[in-house]
Design a protein around this ligand. Structure first.
Ligand code: ARG
Length: 390
């Protein structure tokens, strides 16, 4: 892209790499960029900011797109775009380029965020624009003296601390089980330890603050849990996902920490929120998650929803104990100073303020409309029967 931008747009290029937890060697990337003649290169470590300002809000919103995907890739895009804008402003750049294709969600996330934060920047998406096949891309690179690894990459991989996404190659056959070599963060359940491991997660105001009694900063907590849960094969996700552009795609993810934290968080919410809050919040959460997935991180509605979400999270304090075993996880215990659960209330042998005699009257009124509707239905059925008989 750098060469192409220099040639096609006669541009002076400043390159930016934002680290959100991907394994690539940033020094190597910088060296390659410099060799291609960039004016300047920026390597930005944004892992902590990503954990605190992007992943934590997603935890509060129980963010699972289409019920399965913890939006690990989606969350990183608006942060990368924000960093690009900061540098563009500092350097007086007139345009911003990204490497997304024209088929995915990431182009939407970059274009919308860049366009909203810096309306005057000209957005260029070379890969979307140049329309080269893979072979043509390799030819182009060769012609320009750009080294391309000969070992054709098996998969398209994207990583952040919140998860690893794996696409393409044999995975495109949605009917086939993904081969073991697609996974790096998780062992297969078959190879997981024979003894279960328990993790206790402590939440304060809806976000995890400690693991097994040890207070950890957001980044360390997530990284630690990725290792622990991954070791037990927890966090593998295989699903059919609806992309914004309409394409259905088969997606494989490894999200060990996300899977555990989201399950624990949801469980704790059920203990401390009223049923009305729980049910209403599910709709708010789904809407928040959709906006984040759909490239609308900077949409005002997201902030509006967060006002509600953050208010509910004031009560989400407590501990959740999770059991990790052979690719599965189960919440096996929870406690909270804000708990609405009262074991005396459910116990049949203990006399409490709950008077079972009141239940009879409650049920009478609860079923009032349902009874009336059914009486009418029966009457109508009888009349129809009578007419049919004439
Ligand atoms: N489908 C996911 C999303 O839209 C992940 C995309 C990851 N990109 C990749 N090149 N593997 O958030």
């Amino acid at each position: 892209m750098i060469k192409w931008l220099q040639e096609k747009y006669n541009a002076d290029v400043i390159s930016v790499t934002v680290n959100v937890g991907q394994p690539e060697d940033l020094k190597e990337i910088e060296a390659k960029a410099k060799k291609l003649g960039v004016l300047k290169h920026y390597s930005i470590d944004a892992k902590e900011e990503f954990a605190k300002d992007y992943v934590f809000p997603a935890i509060k919103a129980n963010a699972l797109y289409e019920g399965k995907y913890p939006i690990s890739t989606s969350l990183s895009r608006p942060l990368i775009a924000k960093k690009m804008v900061e540098i563009a402003e500092k350097e007086g750049a007139t345009g911003a380029a990204h490497g997304c294709t024209g088929k995915g969600n990431d182009q939407v996330r970059f274009d919308v965020t860049l366009g909203a934060l810096a309306p005057d920047l000209k957005i260029i998406a070379p890969v979307r624009e140049w329309n080269m096949t893979r072979e043509e891309e390799i030819e182009y690179a060769k012609a320009k003296g750009i080294p391309v690894s000969t070992a054709a990459k098996k998969y398209s991989i994207d990583q952040s601390i919140w998860g690893r996404s794996i696409e393409c190659g044999v995975l495109e056959d949605a009917s086939k089980e993904p081969p073991e070599d697609a996974f790096e963060w998780t062992v297969s359940p078959e190879k997981a330890p024979d003894t279960p491991e328990y993790v206790t997660i402590h939440f304060e105001s809806g976000v995890p603050v400690a693991l097994n009694g040890k207070t950890l900063d957001p980044l360390t907590l997530i990284e630690t849990l990725n290792k622990t849960a991954g070791k037990h094969g927890v966090g593998r996700i295989d699903h059919i996902e609806d992309r914004l552009v309409g394409i259905k795609s088969r997606e494989i993810y490894e999200c060990p920490a996300a899977t555990v934290i989201l399950e624990a968080h949801k469980d704790l919410e059920k203990m401390v929120l009223t049923r009305h809050e729980v049910l209403f919040k599910q709709q708010i959460d789904a809407q928040w998650t959709f906006l984040a997935y759909a490239g609308l991180w900077v949409e005002p509605l997201k902030e509006d929803l967060e006002a509600f979400i953050n208010k509910t999270q004031e009560k989400v304090n407590g501990e959740v104990r999770v059991k990790l075993y052979k690719g599965g996880l189960q919440v096996v215990g929870r406690s909270s100073p804000m708990s609405l659960y009262d074991k005396n209330l459910v116990n049949y042998n203990i006399k409490t303020g709950f008077n079972p005699a009141y239940s009879k009257g409650f049920i009478e009124l609860w079923g009032l409309q349902t009874r009336m509707a059914n009486i009418l239905k029966r009457k109508a059925g009888k009349q129809k029967g009578a007419k049919g008989g004439e």
